[in-house]
Design a protein around this ligand. Structure first.
Ligand code: GLN
Length: 488
């Protein structure tokens, strides 16, 4: 806690810090343990966790990074949060994010800018940037995030921590503010694969409050790691790994590409077979993702009407109440997504955009399925670059185009009065762009993916971390964690 208090003024990971409450909970836990109360010692007793602020927490503000929910205190905990608390964990605060998860730098928060602990002039990534920076700065031990199109994996990579996007349905979404419900998953951050595995076992599993949550049994992921023989010279013998060709070409920083290649040869030295694999539908993933995610968002975000939750403005009639609440409460990027999604779903455009994007989604799924029949897992960078400067992509849009296709649409927010025609022109240019990244495709296919730090590129005081992404078949989190643990 004292480390959190010391580092928070510069890192600004948290929208809400509950350090005094956490201190009291910890003291209470000590008392219960001293009095011999065995129930007090859950698997996460006393472990400080950070929770992304789009997950509901009873008795703590939950804003989703949006002014529209300023002052909102949910009456219940999200299932993942409740399970952490039942295991003894102490929620130390709510971490910063791009508004409703829409963004890649956390600069899209309505409240504050979070900095990257490796270099405070750089972004932590996003949208779960606060959860990643909090673990990276050791302000808490583990944290929860959400990943719709990369929001756990890219900030894990930028902040040099472990990030896991579980299989769609592995963790309940009950209490997660919906962005794109068919893509959203609750994910975990830790400073090691072991810590990440530990919280996954706690939060995963069926929940009757989320009909899309899976009833597959939850392994004890962490104890499976304990039984591994790390001294064996070829612990990955027999493991087949495909390195996705399209992710290492043009548009990827050379330092990132060489770290990933270095990681691949390390995996080979550990006994695995690593081969190049091509994903034919790869270039279609990004435009399809943005159409689907925005379409779902346009529907999901209609609930912020100024009546049900959060801030209410004074108005003369109902329409004015809706209009004023949304006009003042929602940020520019969020409005853009709502407009884009509404457009893609509207009569006359539906077939050309939404339906085609769904067809692409099927293609993407199939090409992953085919590749994962041949390989135990696929690897790629988690992001095409390391963390970039705060504000960098705001003022130099050309560098943004060239350097990091993943953030192109997100950063539109900063162009000022960009209109739909510009947005569509950009998505057309993305359609033509060859370099697209699988963090998005992974969501379209619902697959689990683990990011582990795998190297550094020059920059900052001590170098800037690069993350290796490992993608597996549905419900193969155990495999990914084992390989990640050995690799680490
Ligand atoms: N950057 C992507 C977007 O803005 C991913 C967001 C996410 O995974 N929540 O949609």
């Amino acid at each position: 806690l004292s480390r959190l208090r010391r580092t928070e003024p510069s890192v600004r990971s948290f929208i809400h810090v509950a350090d005094a409450a956490a201190q009291r909970e910890a003291e209470e836990l000590d008392r219960r343990i001293a009095s011999g109360d065995k129930d007090a010692v859950g698997p996460l007793a006393g472990v400080l966790v950070g929770v992304k602020d789009n997950l509901c927490t009873a008795n703590m503000p939950s804003t989703g990074g949006s002014r529209v929910l300023e002052g909102y205190r949910p009456a219940y905990d999200a299932t993942a949060v409740r399970r952490l608390r039942e295991a003894g964990a102490i929620v130390v605060g709510k971490t910063n994010l791009d508004e409703f998860g829409m963004g890649s730098t956390t600069e899209g928060s309505a409240f504050q800018v979070t900095t990257n602990p490796w270099d405070d002039s750089r972004v932590p990534g996003g949208s779960s940037g606060g959860s990643a920076s909090a673990v990276s700065a050791r302000q808490c031990v583990v944290s929860l995030g959400s990943d719709t199109g990369g929001s756990v994996r890219q900030p894990a990579s930028f902040c040099g921590v472990v990030g896991l996007k579980p299989t769609y349905g592995r963790v309940s979404r009950f209490g997660l503010m919906a962005y794109a419900s068919s893509l959203d998953v609750v994910g975990c951050f830790g400073s090691s694969v072991f810590d990440t595995a530990t919280i996954l076992s706690v939060v995963a599993g069926h929940d009757k409050m989320d009909s899309t949550s899976s009833s597959q049994g939850v392994p004890d992921y962490a104890s499976e790691l304990v039984s591994l023989d790390l001294l064996e010279s070829k612990p990955l013998n027999g493991v087949r790994i495909g390195i996705i060709q399209e992710t290492l070409g043009e548009g990827v920083d050379t330092g990132v590409a060489s770290s990933i290649k270095g990681a691949a040869s390390h995996l080979e030295q550990l006994g695995s077979v690593v081969e190049e694999v091509s994903l034919p539908s790869f270039s279609l993933g990004l435009p399809a993702y943005y159409i689907l995610a925005s379409s779902e968002a346009s529907s999901n975000l209609s609930r912020y009407d100024g009546i049900r939750y959060g801030r209410q403005v004074s108005a003369n009639d109902l329409n004015e109440l809706y209009g004023e609440s949304r006009a003042n409460g929602l940020g520019h990027e969020v409005k853009m997504r709502i407009l884009m999604g509404t457009y893609a779903l509207s009569a006359g455009y539906y077939d050309a955009y939404y339906k085609r994007a769904q067809q692409v989604r099927t293609l993407v799924k199939e090409s992953f399925k085919a590749a994962l029949e041949r390989y135990d897992m696929l690897i790629s960078p988690a992001a095409p670059s390391v963390a970039y400067k705060i504000g960098e992509k705001i003022n130099d849009p050309l560098a943004m185009y060239a350097g990091d296709i993943m953030t192109v649409l997100n950063t539109l927010f900063y162009f000022g009065d960009a209109d739909l025609s510009l947005l569509w022109a950009m998505s057309q240019s993305i359609c033509r762009h060859e370099i697209l990244f699988d963090m998005v495709n992974v969501n379209l296919a619902g697959l689990p993916a683990l990011v582990v730090p795998c190297g550094f590129v020059e920059g900052g005081a001590a170098g800037l971390p690069v993350g290796l992404q490992m993608i597996g078949s549905p419900f193969s989190e155990g495999n990914l964690l084992r390989v990640g643990h050995i690799f680490e």
